[in-house]
Design a protein around this ligand. Structure first.
Ligand SMILES: NC(=O)c1ccc[n+]([C@@H]2O[C@H](COP(=O)([O-])OP(=O)(O)OC[C@H]3O[C@@H](n4cnc5c(N)ncnc54)[C@H](O)[C@@H]3O)[C@@H](O)[C@H]2O)c1
Length: 256
């Protein structure tokens, strides 16, 4: 990690949902390396603690919280504990997500509710609760949603509610950006392509996944969580002050 005077997020406080592993972990580490204190909010308490410990050992500030983003009381507690521990919230990254792969005809109402709940409803209410705290404190803020290339294009594997949830995240980004702009809160998103994480490996076996990266992604490889960090830091920093409601695609050229 690069600590020093040239960091972009000095004295900021960031909450990263789903920060215990994969993309969220890389984002939490990346924000910390730019000087932000990070709250790692995840269902997996042990992994969240381990990620927070890694950030602290590298010289950063981190707090791990057990949070189920489906639960609105948990989201409120996340905000309250972040404020109690660090005194302010400047950044929220709505990253927590999951993927249900199941044939279209077999998808149940419970699958739909879970998929849309974790990926979309949670981002709406986390945004609402964090924005409320920012507005109350009179502080500007940054919210970054983790959308997907599935926001724009349907997958060939059967993940219809997932794709719909990510299309929703794309519009949540635009709609909430319009509503929150007057408070100095910029809402944007990243849309990752296929990134080598547990979530992607649950949809496609590792060999098939690697082959997909080599053959189908123009840059010739799968993305790694680290590939997304620069885009998120940009959207959280002063460099993107005039960027609102934008979804930045980071996909090795897949959508192109
Ligand atoms: N991996 C990809 O190819 C890819 C592509 C585009 C978008 N995304 C999105 O990136 C985000 C992160 O995914 P990932 O690939 O790192 O997956 P991952 O499975 O490695 O990590 C997801 C994290 O979210 C947490 N989480 C899940 N449900 C939760 C809940 N109810 N409450 C709190 N935490 C919860 C998990 O515990 C885990 O730590 C997701 O929103 C995903 O949809 C992933």
């Amino acid at each position: 990690m690069k600590w020093g005077v040239f960091v972009k997020l000095r004295d900021r406080v960031a909450i990263v949902t789903g920060g215990a592993q994969g993309i969220g972990q890389a984002i939490a580490q990346g924000l910390a390396s730019e000087g932000a204190a990070v709250v790692i909010a995840d269902l997996q308490e042990d992994k969240a603690q381990a990620t927070a410990a890694g950030v602290s050992e590298a010289g950063g500030r981190a707090l791990a919280l057990k949070v189920n983003v489906l639960n609105l009381a948990d989201l409120q507690a996340m905000v309250d504990q972040a404020l109690a521990h660090f005194g302010q919230i400047d950044i929220l990254v709505n990253n927590a997500g999951m993927l249900i792969v199941k044939p279209f005809l077999e998808m149940t109402e419970a699958d739909w509710d879970l998929q849309l709940g974790v990926n979309l409803k949670s981002a709406f209410f986390a945004t609402q609760k964090v924005a409320e705290a920012m507005i109350r404190a009179g502080r500007p803020g940054r919210i970054v949603n983790v959308a997907s290339t599935s926001s724009f294009t349907a997958s060939t594997i059967p993940t219809v509610p997932y794709d719909i949830s990510k299309a929703g995240v794309h519009m949540l980004t635009k709609s909430s950006a319009v509503q929150l702009a007057k408070y100095g809160i910029n809402v944007n998103a990243i849309a990752p392509g296929t990134i080598n994480t547990e979530l992607a490996r649950s949809a496609l076996e590792p060999e098939k996944l690697a082959k997909f990266g080599q053959v189908r992604i123009p840059i010739g490889r799968l993305g790694q969580p680290q590939d997304l960090v620069g885009a998120v830091v940009f959207l959280c920093s002063d460099d993107s002050a005039y960027v609102l409601g934008h979804t930045l695609v980071v996909d090795g050229g897949w959508l192109a």
